[in-house]
Design a protein around this ligand. Sequence first.
Ligand code: WQD
Length: 338
Amino acid sequence: MHVLVTGGAGYIGSHTVLALLAAGHRVTVVDDFSNAKPAVVGRLEELSGQHVPVHAFDLAEADKLAALFAQEGFEAVVHFAGFKAVGESVAQPLGYYRNNLGGTLSLLTAMQGAGVRRIVFSSSATVYGPDAPVPMTEDLPTSATNPYGWTKVMIEQVLRDLAVADPTWRIALLRYFNPVGAHPSGRIGEDPADVPNNLMPFVAQVAVGRRERLSVFGDDYDTVDGTGVRDYIHVEDLAAGHLAALEWISGHDRALSTWNLGTGRGTSVLELVAAFERASSRPVPYDVVARRPGDIAASYADPSLAEAELGWRAARSVDDMCTDTWRWQSANPEGYPG
Ligand code: WQD
């Protein structure tokens, strides 16, 4: 199929582009490069051995989007494009609602106009809100505690309403847990623009010498060692999950499906630090500091629905995630060039 990947120059988007190409799909990328570097495209072409057409514009530019749909004949869309920093969203709610929700409405309008009704949407376990029981199942109610999370909740609702209004749509909502890791080549990986908000890239930057020490946000949670527990999932497993979802919605008559993409296993902050020290043979010095506002003690998936329906299961271990992250970070200490 010819697939449009929005945000395809981003962290998860770029890994999914490679997986789609490897599976024989044709891919076109739209990315505004607000949170990605152009150098990614060259790496994707190097790794895939194929040309990857990239159009650099904002999804809100409706004319450009309509023209692209008219000229390209897409059969499906994988939609990653969106801002994703929780703290930033609290400071800049209008920017987050405009970009994430507005951009998605613009995309869906262009799809409807072009008769393209297959979409895989990049949602997040953040939609389970702060009080969800673990392991989290897809039937739990959704809520949020920050504008970023609300954009995911709202976009899911838009897609549910669209599926009711026009059941010819084929929609997959994929709720990621904590994406980490990098392509085994070490040529693409996570490259945060500023100080990393997330644990894994921060740990990697300490190990490679870009940062002095890790701050561990609290060790007084009711968890195995008092630090936060999360369901880390390798970005390569995540990419495979997108492929499986795209193929499933293309072959089944259900208007909307929701799947968790997680391993079902929890790992604490200190367990991840220890795993990274093993993988890198580098020390990751840390200080325990106060809890980060809004953090929950534990989050991990019940991945059984995706396993049962998609035949998909996360295969890579936390050690694999750390080994592949280290290969990327040590080969690209400053991230992508430019
Ligand atoms: C993981 C654990 C922190 C950094 C976030 C978003 C979520 C999703 C994934 C997009 C927690 C601890 C972290 C640090 C630390 N993003 N930590 N020191 O918060 O589970 O989820 O990213 O969808 O929406 O909320 O991930 O990596 O920020 O934190 O101790 O410097 O590591 O307290 O326990 P989180 P994270």
